[in-house]
Design a binder for this molecule. Sequence first.
Ligand SMILES: [Zn+2]
Ligand SMILES: [Zn+2]
Length: 342
Amino acid sequence: MSVAAGPVAEPQETERQDAAPRGFQAPQGPDDGPSPEEIQVPVLENVDRAVTGLITGAPPLLLVLVGWQLWNRELHWRDIAIFLIMYVPVGLGVTVGFHRLLTHRSFRTSPWLRGLLGVLGTMAVEGPVISWVADHRKHHAYSDRFGDPHSPHVDHGGGWRGALRGLAHAHVGWLFNHSQRGARDRFAPDLVADPVIGFVDRTFVLWSLVGVAIPFGLGALIGGTVDAGLEGMLWGGAVRIFVLHHITYSINSLCHFFGRQRFETDDHSQNLSWLAPFSLGEAWHNNHHAFPTSAIHGMGRREVDFSGIVISALERAGLAWDVQRISPDRQAQKALTLRGAR
Ligand SMILES: [Zn+2]
Ligand SMILES: [Zn+2]
């Protein structure tokens, strides 16, 4: 997957430095693995595993219920609408909020919008926001090397068994094996010191529950019955959490394994075009690893990036500023010219 040749515009260290937030010094060098203080194991490790198992396992079980529901009667348009009403804003909370704003500081915004994006992202139930950011910054600091919390390429063995083991670890296994999770104080000191994000982080359970209560309310309001509310909760809550989880996980697994590389990076990140619409633009993952601070991930004319469109719209409305973009010149310097790249 990695491409051995091609023009290298900047030294590799610059990419790692680029990935790190301002004021944060990422460890350097391929053999410089993480120190113990960079790793944070959850306080109640087994409780964490059990809760993660419940959150990851319950939605698929509820999908069986959905199948039964579909088999027995017509699926209501109401349920699909509630799914989308929840999926898009919560998804943007993760992509625009957790990822592009809070992890990479690719634009700036007011405290209330930071808080709102943090709350929406929290409703995805992918863990408290500061832990999410710490894990993701550690992923960029050690991409596909020892220390990466979720690389499909490190220590999984060779052959198809190793590939499957690696993909399983990158997709969901790393959530249970806590050996390389990012330490919050080390990787996200700026957010630990941020009162708005600190509040959103501490109230993780509350917002997760609100994210299930809203679709219940919507279903009950539109359908006029408690049953309609429960169906709304199933589609806008359980099914939405399940789908969004696995789209996010696929960025960590599939986008470091399948697809195409447009830019020279020292990792296995790939652009996976079919995943781009569902991931709201996050699947242009090779572009993202090449230019981590860019607010816009879709860099080609046909690379639709819904999250980037939203950030540009916020900018035009005066709600976002200092939006980081990569000039065509800088893109051309890092672009791969090998066959298979585009
Ligand atoms: Zn990545
Ligand atoms: Zn990133």
